[in-house]
Ligand binder design. Structure first.
Ligand SMILES: [Zn+2]
Length: 62
């Protein structure tokens, strides 16, 4: 388990999220921002070399 920091898609504040590579090489889940409490849709992609890529988008798009 390790922690990845992402910027909230709504307010831009940094959030820490725990990531677990054993959950699969590609994971999608919703994480509420600790600052504005709005839901970010998180996509995680783990590389073969141990790198992790994180994308955060607004869960509800207009
Ligand atoms: Zn936020």
């Amino acid at each position: 388990m390790s922690t990845v920091t992402y910027s909230c898609a709504f307010c831009g504040e940094d959030n820490d999220v725990l990531v677990d590579p054993s959950g699969g090489s590609r994971q999608t889940f919703t994480e509420d921002c600790a600052v504005c409490c709005r839901p970010n849709l998180i996509t995680l992609a783990f590389g073969d070399d141990g790198t992790v890529r994180l994308d955060a988008v607004q869960e509800y798009e207009a």
